[in-house]
Unconditional design. Structure first.
Length: 373
């Protein structure tokens, strides 16, 4: 592994330059032009390595590259090219201060996409092939739920030997062995309007019913199990002298296990409304929990051994945020967090990667791709 690390350290400036090239292409979710420009660059880099296919969609293309390995068994690499920042959001789209490079999507997760390229180049520099055939999937919609990409992600994960997710590691550098499942609910509350001053008794206040609902929702939390529900958006009513005949509550759900998701869903849909009002509930779990398996722990052990050879250590982190790894963990052993170290994901003008982490973290990924066991 030391020779791979030495190669990547000698090319550190090139790796950083490639990340800068992607960061300067603003590619927020649903911004088809920007996303496709990033995919153009990635396709150009990947074409000399293997077969590249593009699938079009109304929000941007999905890029799938396959690189032949020594074995026909497949290892899937997952990355996304969309960001959360609208065009022009950053005051300075790229800057370097001390050991940090700042730019939209650097940490989440254009650095990870570039590291996949350089891990493969490092293997080629040794005159070798990956131990197994590599399926690299670059998606356009992870930040908005992966609705378009999910079928392709799950199709590749089926019968795969492993799935390695190129999202950033945990803040201390640990790999991510588990992620919470994510749910979104939208609850429409319907009441009856009436004049607040003249005959309020003829009305049925939807906002009061929504307040009742929110109290019941909070009771469904189980903090010991890590189950949280956030009724974080509420709207309702028309004017202050009319009994509110409508309200909307939007709820974020986070859970560690599928049974908890089922419990919450059934209980939420069973909450009785106040007399004279009614609820209409839509939504549900959009990312299942990324639950570790025996295979995931074996991947972690391999990564820990390789990292130790490279001179650093990685642990196992459990995090609340979701990734496309949430879709694959029930289909194949999945390990997340092979991107660059850094911080401040989704924070305008503050998101950054730690430049000295690029070579060793990319070497770790290359080592995983060379691993035959």
């Amino acid at each position: 592994m030391k020779n791979i690390l030495a190669y990547l350290e000698s090319r550190a400036n090139d790796i950083l330059s490639d990340i800068e090239q992607l960061a300067r292409i603003e590619s927020p979710s649903k911004h088809k032009d920007g996303i496709n420009r990033v995919q153009d660059v990635m396709q150009n880099w990947l074409s000399p390595m293997g077969t590249v296919k593009r699938r079009t969609s109304e929000i941007g293309d999905i890029l799938h590259a396959q690189i032949q390995g020594q074995s026909s068994e497949r290892v899937v690499l997952l990355a996304h090219v969309d960001t959360v920042y609208p065009p022009g959001a950053w005051k300075e789209i790229w800057s370097i201060k001390d050991d940090c490079a700042y730019g939209p999507g650097t940490y989440d997760m254009k650095a990870g996409a570039v590291q996949a390229i350089w891990a493969l180049r490092a293997i080629q520099s040794l005159g070798q092939k990956p131990a197994h055939t590599i399926d690299l999937l670059l998606t356009p919609d992870e930040e908005i739920g992966s609705e378009v990409s999910r079928p392709f992600i799950e199709s590749l994960a089926k019968n795969a030997r492993a799935v390695l997710v190129l999202e950033a590691p945990y803040m201390n550098g640990d790999l991510k062995i588990a992620r919470k499942g994510v749910g979104d609910y939208k609850i429409q509350v319907y009441g009856k309007a009436a004049h607040q001053g003249v005959e309020p008794e003829k009305g049925r206040n939807a906002i009061v019913s929504a307040a009742h609902l929110i109290g019941e929702i909070i009771e469904l939390q189980d903090l010991e199990k890590g189950t949280t529900l956030g009724p974080n958006v509420i709207r309702g009513g028309t004017v202050s002298n009319v009994v509110a005949d409508n309200a909307t509550v939007e709820v974020d759900l986070r859970i560690w296990s599928a049974p908890e998701a089922d419990r919450v869903d059934a209980a939420l849909r069973g909450i009785p409304p106040l007399e004279g009002t009614r609820y209409e509930i839509s939504g549900g779990l959009n990312r299942p929990p990324m639950e570790p398996s025996d295979g995931s722990y074996k991947l972690l052990e391999t990564a820990q051994r390789i990292a130790k050879e490279l001179g650093f250590e990685v642990g196992a982190a459990r995090v609340g945020g979701g990734s496309d790894g949430n879709f694959t963990s029930r289909l194949a052993p999945t390990l997340d967090g092979f991107g660059a170290a850094g911080a401040n994901a989704h924070q305008k003008d503050l998101e950054y990667i730690h430049i000295p982490s690029l070579a060793p973290r990319t070497a770790l990924l290359a080592g995983m791709l060379l691993e035959a066991e």
